[in-house]
Design a protein around this ligand. Structure first.
Ligand code: SF4
Length: 333
């Protein structure tokens, strides 16, 4: 079956300009060759610390940023080089929900106009049907249609995120990229928004790329999880395998910080990551993670580990697995 979304060796580098002639003095390798697919009705969680490139990956695959190289396929069709006009029908199928719903909603427009705007731009329903459609979207995301006449500042954070979700749903998309969609919300509201997204997925067979810095947040909603570090995917598998038996030391460290009793992180020794994520302008040689990895060997400094299938459907990029070593190495003692 053709995946709804497939990206192949996607790169997004930002040039750094210096001097009076704006000479290109280097590149920020925000996304540095990532590949994955998302099936219909599936959620892929994309996690990593801030600055690892996950949000840039989400924006690039939606063509909100132009990729440096690689391929983006929607339903098997390559959209990487399509011009704005040819991209239009695909734009309807791919929507985004942002981290900060307040910043992403025009404060001068009513919530009803915000949700109805995509319908007007894409002319998907007659003007006299627009209000009815917007009211139905409000109801579906748990907002009273009477709130269509209110402005963003009159809503709570959770309500604003519901407005953002209604806007994303307006054009009946197949794929929604959520860029840290619950990170700015209180924990109790986070659960409500995640449950709403899961209900909508069941109802409309939506596919999600759910970007988050917190593994605890993606655990509930994701079917599979990809872990990113400095622009590359270092581990990818189904949720259960990742939480129960991670194969990459970076995932192991992230998991050991998850305070959720339900997860496989329980009973694991805390692995403290020292130092910040290195700069993507000048990433460490070999394995990018070697400067912070508690298991780093000489080989790790010189040779980049390939992302490969270590066990069935479980990919990891780590030299440890060439010598037959299995994580977790750091069980509670
Ligand atoms: Fe650590 Fe080496 Fe594996 Fe990188 S390749 S994660 S440095 S053990």
């Amino acid at each position: 079956m053709t995946a709804l979304l497939e990206i192949r060796d996607l790169k997004k580098h930002f040039p750094i300009h210096k001097g009076v002639f704006s000479r290109v003095a280097g590149q920020v390798r925000a996304v540095d060759g990532i590949s994955f697919h998302i099936d219909r009705g599936e959620t892929l969680g994309l996690v990593g610390e801030s600055g690892c490139g996950k949000s840039t990956a989400g924006r690039t695959l939606l063509r909100l940023l132009e990729p440096t190289s690689g391929q983006i396929l929607i339903g098997g069709e390559d959209i990487t080089d399509l011009d704005a006009k040819a991209l239009m029908p695909f734009r309807q199928r791919m929507q985004m929900i942002y981290q900060d719903p307040y910043a992403s909603l025009n404060p001068r427009m009513t919530a009803g106009d915000i949700v109805g705007e995509p319908l007007t731009i894409h002319r998907t329903c007659a003007p006299n049907e627009r209000n009815e459609r917007v009211a139905a979207l409000f109801t579906r995301v748990g907002l009273r249609p009477a709130l269509m006449h209110s402005y963003p500042h009159e809503f709570s954070g959770g309500q604003r995120q519901r407005v953002g979700i209604a806007r994303a749903l307006a054009l009946n998309p197949a794929l929604i990229v959520g860029d840290e969609p619950v990170s700015a919300l209180d924990v109790s509201i986070q659960a409500q928004i995640i449950n709403l997204l899961m209900d909508l997925q069941d109802e409309y067979k939506l596919s999600y790329l759910f970007v988050a810095h917190d593994l605890g947040v993606v655990e509930h909603i994701s079917h599979r999880v990809a872990v990113m570090y400095l622009g590359r995917i270092v581990e990818m598998t189904d949720k259960l395998s990742l939480f129960e038996a991670p194969l990459h030391p970076y995932t192991e460290a992230l998991l050991s910080a998850v305070p959720i009793p339900k997860s496989g992180a329980r009973g694991r020794k805390r692995v403290i990551l020292t130092g910040d994520v290195p700069s993507p302008i000048n990433p460490p040689s070999g394995c990018h993670f070697h400067t912070r990895c508690p298991y780093a060997m000489q080989r790790c400094r010189n040779e980049e580990p390939a992302l490969r299938e270590v066990i069935a459907n479980h990919l990891a990029a780590c030299h440890l697995h060439d010598s037959g070593v299995r994580l977790p190495l750091a069980k509670a003692g």
